[in-house]
Design a protein around this ligand. Sequence first.
Ligand code: IMP
Length: 427
Amino acid sequence: MPTVAVVGAQWGDEGKGKVVDALAAEAEVVVRYQGGNNAGHTVMVGDRTFKLRLIPSGILYPGTLCVIGNGAVVNPLVLLQEIEGLQAQGVDTGGLRVSDRAHVIMPYHEILDRLEEGARGSRAIGTTGLGIGPCYVDKAARLGLRVAELVDPDAFRARLEEILPLKNRMLECLYGHRPLTVEEIMEAYAPAAERLRPLVTDTGALLRQAIAEGRRVLFEGAQGTLLDVDHGTYPYVTSSSASAGGIASGAGVSPRAIEKVLGVVKAYTTRVGGGPFPTELKGEEGDILRREGKEFGTVTGRPRRCGWFDVVATRYAARLNGLTDLAILKLDVLSPFDEVKIAVGYRVDGEVIDRIPARLDLMASAEPVWETLPGWRQDLTGIREWNRLPRAAQQYVRRIEELVEVPVAMVSVGPRRDETIQLRPLF
Ligand code: IMP
């Protein structure tokens, strides 16, 4: 059963796009199973840069079936724009399919996302403002619109007439926002719906069949484990199941269908938006990581918060996801440092712990217990073989492997497709 899942094992932005792109060369099917256009996957091929938000990174390989699964949320305008953008870059998007059960991000979701963030004031989550949370809220509240309805004008209108009065009451009464009309929403979404209709299908059935036929299927996670709505640093999380647990329900496949789970981490840690981040570096070292790692959001352009590698968070992600392999990215970014640190525990209330506390105040007060390792002060970007890495860089990778208790399959030393050292095969 050649199925591999790629999940973020930190707070997102680990570089999953690059890893998925590498694996997609061998995959026959690539699936997004949660999240929406809050994700941003950057893939560099030669001199060309592709920025993907909703479409699986496998789209860059002609002939690959690319699925946006039922667990994802779809903004039809953004999806269409992304399809057209790729086509303009010469990419064949013929392999794309969208689940008929995926929920649609509606204009009022985007509006509510921003208004709710504003109302949170200093406790704002720092969402992407793209309506992701409000869309998942409506899914759980049984007030959602699904793609199957979006692409049928009569069904869309009927459902919207049912739901919109409720959403308008929220907009008007809670936030003093003007009500939206069925007509304006229909008008805004109808052209995109028309264009997307041929792509819409029961993708769960498609995937179950592909798996039964023994095809190589790749599940592409978005965001990261510590942003998972259940297992992340709640409430500073996204609204979907970003860990491997989300695959079965978000793609419509059996939990037994996942053979390998590859966790992706950076050689350090970043986080966008609010919320606890124990290894954050607020001074010059953080600035170096941000500059060397070009740590600015793909979607929002926001500077990312940067810090040293967090073993506690990653080991938690390893156990929760059942990681079989680890990919360590951006090792080259640590080259300017004489010494590098990793957090091997948290000190909370005077006690050293090696787990993620559920209570936000405890997590926010966690102070890292550091282990310091020698740096290597050498440019790594030209290196393609493990044996050619400086000894200190090898030691760093091996120490992480030992502490996280997952074998390292891949080390990345630069953003390009070929700037990768492969240690273990995945498919
Ligand atoms: P939302 O997903 O827009 O609701 O944002 C919730 C939290 O998840 C915020 O802290 C965002 O910055 C974060 N987030 C959402 N998507 C990503 C991503 O792709 N990478 C990193 N952080 C993300």
